[in-house]
Design a protein around this ligand. Sequence first.
Ligand SMILES: CC(=O)[C@@H](O)[C@H](O)COP(=O)(O)O
Ligand SMILES: NCC(=O)COP(=O)(O)O
Length: 240
Amino acid sequence: MNLLVNIDHVATLRNARGEGYPDPIEAAEVCEKAGASGIVFHLRGDRRHIRDEDVYRLKESVRGTLDFEMAASDEMIDICTDIAPHLCTLVPEGREELTTEGGLKMKSVIDDYKNRVFPKLKETNIEISLFLDPNPEDIELAAELGADAIELHTGTFANADPQKRRHELTRLRKGAKLINELGMKVNAGHGLNLDNLPDLLETVPHLHDVSIGHALISKSVYWGLEKTVKAYLEIMEDYA
Ligand SMILES: CC(=O)[C@@H](O)[C@H](O)COP(=O)(O)O
Ligand SMILES: NCC(=O)COP(=O)(O)O
């Protein structure tokens, strides 16, 4: 099981003053030296945090897994195929959203992905992951498309009130088992933190990559990045 650190919000802080500091690429190096297996970034269409130049520098500097999160636009597909990361995670993207609000709705994208998106990405060796809610129908359509992995959206679990957390964990558990049965890698991410991660790892099987960003970067403001990454790794080692 791998920790991938999402450094989007180092770029958020960098952009606040526009003077190049803190540097997301330096943050990525610190995370990998602390033991993270790789780095995730989301190059959004509005470039609100990660910028194109960050992506090309990350390609040169990241030693572990590089996960390029993106909407399935022609623009992003062109940049992704030029960068050739290990992994491309296709996510829904809304300009007005504060952050990603849910997984892809496979019924509404399946034809476009089958006819445009996957043929372009499949010309490369980039692994294709789809960011999905733990809905069996979406997971089965993703397998039909030939996705290599599914990243389970854990935001509903992370934001659930105590009465609903168990139900959301059960959905994620069933989703992970189906993904594995269909021969795809099980990844997970969104809204995970030091408090809710143990419940997820205790309940959800077959996890390959766990992507954590906002909570980890936020905690590092108090603890420092190295100590924070190691705190997440310590939890994950208990469930390896
Ligand atoms: C797909 C997902 O849950 C996150 O990786 C996504 O990048 C969140 O977007 P922001 O980083 O802009 O909050
Ligand atoms: N895909 C999830 C991710 O990369 C990080 O999400 P978050 O921890 O910033 O919510």
